[in-house]
Design a protein around this ligand. Sequence first.
Ligand SMILES: N[C@@H](CCC(=O)N[C@@H](CS)C(=O)NCC(=O)O)C(=O)O
Length: 260
Amino acid sequence: MFPNSHIRNVINSTLASTTRFWRGTSGSKKTQQPEHLPELYDREGCPKCRLVREALTELNLDAMIYPCPEGGSRFAEKLESLSGDCSVPFLVDPNTETRISGAQEIIEYLFLEYRGSEPPKQISETALNLVSSHLTTWVRGLKGTQVKASLAPSKPLTLYSFESSPFSRPVRERLCELEIPYRLINLSKQQWADMGPAGHRLHLGKYRPLPGSKRELFLQQHGEVQVPYLVDPNHQTELFESVRILRYLDDYYARSSSSE
Ligand SMILES: N[C@@H](CCC(=O)N[C@@H](CS)C(=O)NCC(=O)O)C(=O)O
């Protein structure tokens, strides 16, 4: 059973997805993941970073996320040495040896490189998208922007998610606040049968993801497709259920400021 505070959190997260018009839900039917993960220096609550993550979901592209919350230091030095300052979003693509800052520049690069086209207006850094993304950050009460004291994992974690997922957002916020690096695997929705919560999909009969998709592989491995799903190789742990994942992250990685 969910505690009331978690139910309120998910309802609020659903409202946040609505203020962003549910961008970052569906994605490409065909995606060739590049050899190396593009690396995004990101702040979950940052309005411009959100537009980049929506582009990743739209492209169904996975990425390595280095969280850079305000007040954080774990990746700040690396970011500064790569980009010359500490601003996010910043993208490093080891496949093409590209480094780019600025949301619009990153989005244009990703679409050109991984879809061979310009980005659609609804994902670009337009005034409307910036206003609605700022609103989303405010609806979330600035969660996922400020650092919290934490223990650094030796190995990055892996999170299966997609940008607008109301259950996944609180997990990404916590990963950001705790400065935990993670491989973000986007399980973008690719067809009508993927729509809806895992237990109540908007279609009849047995759920069949697109053949050859990441969703199909996930279904084969786990018997169902549901996000968020967290893998922590540091403690040989794999978890479904947002509330359990949040508790796990707090238990294993959050520290009170005095114990730092
Ligand atoms: N009780 C689960 C619910 C998770 C859930 O319903 N996630 C949705 C996305 S927000 C999902 O996996 N939908 C099925 C899909 O995307 O195929 C939790 O708290 O993690």
